[in-house]
Design a binder for this molecule. Sequence first.
Ligand code: HEC
Ligand code: HEC
Ligand code: HEC
Ligand code: HEC
Length: 183
Amino acid sequence: MKNIMSFLLVVLFVSFLNAQTETVKKAHSFVGAATCGMCHKSEKAGKQLDIWSKSKHAQAYKTLQTKEADAVAKEKGFETPAAKTEACLKCHAVGYNLDAALLGAKFKVEDGVQCESCHGAGSDYKDMKVMKNRDDAVSKGLVMPGDIEKFCITCHNSESPSFKGFNYTEMWSKINHSIPEIK
Ligand code: HEC
Ligand code: HEC
Ligand code: HEC
Ligand code: HEC
């Protein structure tokens, strides 16, 4: 009897702990580039939406849907099409492995490498009041890569089947989307 009681207490305690970590870890959800773009498209803001949508990052998922990509995946020994292969998706998309509950209505996996691939899931920092205060935004999930080159290399490396080196200065100039100095 005593053993059963302590067993039950342990079970109770473990489920309590699980419930606790659940609240602490409640993940931020992805809202999608269209949502970020609402405030990041004007000349004054720095046209981030426009710069990104014309970049290859916006095409990264669609690239996986090509016959060429499927051939690369097959060559690498994968039996699934490239757009269904985790080992390809991890650099070409974001949010593909998440529950729909963690994705906003405007989120599209087809947007490939999008704002939130680099800046973190935005559901909790996307509001104007939070966005205007960097510390607050960062505490709610905004990621500012800091060492930019090191960050790019998390995807631009020899694990990519087509890798031919990464020239940081040249590559950053192709996607640089800084806020203009003069407003
Ligand atoms: C409601 C409008 C709004 C939305 C939606 C929004 N932002 Fe912002 N964001 C702003 C404003 C305003 C600033 C501050 C700009 C400034 O300092 O000139 C900002 C700043 C930023 C910065 C720079 C932060 C810094 O401290 O330098 C990043 C990065 C950013 N936003 C990314 C995003 C991403 C990614 C999304 C989508 C998940 C998003 N924003 C959605 C309004 C918005
Ligand atoms: C999440 C992974 C990921 C990160 C992080 C990433 N990239 Fe990319 N990048 C890609 C993928 C995938 C492609 C290929 C897209 C395609 O062609 O379909 C690409 C393509 C590019 C291209 C187009 C290639 C060309 O020759 O024109 C540029 C430029 C680029 N990335 C710059 C950068 C820079 C600069 C950084 C760091 C700030 C960066 N990327 C970070 C995944 C990433
Ligand atoms: C480590 C990150 C990473 C992984 C994993 C990855 N890719 Fe890529 N992929 C990239 C980047 C970055 C580029 C842009 C060109 C470059 O620098 O390699 C790219 C470009 C491509 C291109 C365009 C090639 C070209 O010459 O323009 C195809 C097709 C492609 N990837 C298919 C795949 C397939 C299929 C897989 C899975 C077997 C895969 N990738 C896995 C990062 C990755
Ligand atoms: C490939 C990764 C990548 C993508 C995709 C990306 N960003 Fe960025 N973003 C960066 C990096 C790196 C910086 C520079 C961070 C720093 O200076 O520390 C930056 C800076 C910014 C800034 C601040 C610029 C400044 O002058 O302070 C804003 C605003 C921003 N991004 C918004 C966006 C929005 C909105 C999108 C989507 C439309 C987006 N970013 C897509 C990597 C990315």
